[in-house]
Design a protein around this ligand. Structure first.
Ligand code: ZN
Length: 404
């Protein structure tokens, strides 16, 4: 490894050397907090059960005289803007160690690629955000608005004590995020080619349809739950839930598990269990989905229990078309650095954006390429991290500097 590292690679390596498998943080947030406080941020550690979170904020340099001049500051005053970088310090488990070419927590650069667990998801982005912020604060100490960091160590896990609890705490004291960039690896082929400006909602259910167990030779004495459930499950799989919209594909229903039977050919089982999930657009709500699914089950006169799991509501940050819009600021930053137009997408799984967006924040995800995330030999391109620093830097400039 070369001795001389650029600031972003050096910081990424420092973060990646810490084995912070969910919900462990392994000192990553302490390191981030130190870097941020050195450039004027105030840190607040928020610990909920096993999860450490960091809320850090650098407020605008408005003077008391400035405030006196505008006593009734309107809410759209640029000094009220809170530009937040959000992300997670936790990583997924390494899996089979034998399959790693280099130890997952000993970051190694080979041919311009940085290998380590979390390199792309998402300690590389964290390092890029911090270096961009340091550079921005140095260049523009009198910037407008505030810069904030919302960092959790529970994004890859059960997401109970992470971002959602921090957001609850902020909401309780009426502290708002205006714009948020989450450093999730959004890119496909080159850094910045894709920005996620929303995510589909996700809702799951465990359905148990009850029948009456008995001997197959005496159908008059049994109620076969497989026969009863199948027509309803087929109908559920064929329903057109919606047609999607400009931002989202049509809502999709997928059966993921069906279990029934005793293993014997001569026994009608007593029940059947089906697990399914819907990925849904902003045309629907979880209430509407529950109502429509249960209406179908009731129409088929099933005796059933159903347990719903609400994984996250859909969210969208719309392109306002306006020159001052957040998406415009982000796409311009990407264009400036890479020379490429970015594409908006709402594909992929859920993210912590689902907790931040409902507060009214405009949320996007922008990070490095995601080809190796959660895999063995996870890696990120060193060049991409350098570009990411520049992109985040220009996002800050475009949003927080009226005189660029
Ligand atoms: Zn992630």
């Amino acid at each position: 490894m070369p001795n001389e590292q650029s600031p972003v690679i050096e910081l990424a390596i420092d973060l990646l050397s810490r084995a912070s498998v969910t919900p462990e943080d392994a000192g990553c947030q302490k390191l981030i907090a130190e870097r941020l406080s050195a450039v004027g941020f105030t840190n607040e550690s928020m610990v909920f059960a096993d999860t450490t979170n960091l809320w850090s904020r650098r407020d605008t340099n408005i003077t008391i005289e400035d405030q006196a001049k505008t006593p009734n500051t309107p809410s759209n005053n640029s000094n009220d803007i809170v530009f937040c970088f959000a992300g997670h310090t936790d990583v997924v488990p390494v899996g089979n160690l034998d399959l790693w070419n280099t130890p997952p927590f000993e970051p190694t650069i080979i041919d311009g690629m940085l290998y380590a667990r979390g390199a792309a998801d998402m300690k590389g982005s964290l390092a890029a955000m911090i270096v961009a912020t340091e550079r921005f604060v140095e260049d523009h100490p009198d910037h407008q608005g505030s810069i904030a960091y919302l960092i959790t160590s529970d994004e890859e896990g059960p997401f109970i004590n992470g971002t959602t609890k921090v957001v609850d705490t902020l909401e309780a004291r009426n502290e708002k995020i205006t714009y948020c960039i989450i450093g999730e690896p959004s890119s496909t082929n080159s850094v910045g080619d894709i920005v996620k400006n929303g995510r589909r909602g996700s809702i799951s259910a465990t359905l148990t349809v009850k029948g009456k167990q008995g001997h197959v030779a005496y159908p008059e004495h049994v109620k076969n739950p497989i026969h009863l459930a199948m027509p309803a499950l087929i109908e559920l799989s064929q329903v057109e839930w919606d047609k999607g919209n400009d931002y989202f594909p049509a809502t999709s229903f997928q059966l993921s598990n069906i279990n029934s039977g005793t293993g014997a050919t001569n026994v009608v089982p007593g029940h059947i269990t089906a697990l399914f999930n819907l990925r849904y657009s902003t045309e629907l709500t979880d209430e509407i989905i529950v109502e429509r699914v249960e209406a179908i089950l009731n129409k088929h006169q099933l005796d059933y229990d159903i347990d719903w799991t609400f994984n996250g509501k859909p969210f969208i940050t719309e392109h306002t078309g306006a020159e001052h819009g957040f998406l415009h600021a982000v796409s311009q930053a990407i264009l400036t650095v890479t020379g490429n137009e970015t594409q908006l997408s709402t594909s992929g799984g859920t993210s912590d954006g689902r907790f931040i967006a409902p507060t009214g924040a405009q949320v996007i995800e922008l990070g490095p390429c995601n080809a190796t995330i959660h895999q063995v030999n996870e890696s990120v391109s060193c060049d991409d991290l350098e570009k990411l620093v520049d992109i985040y830097y220009h996002c800050l400039v475009n949003v927080l500097c009226s005189h660029k």
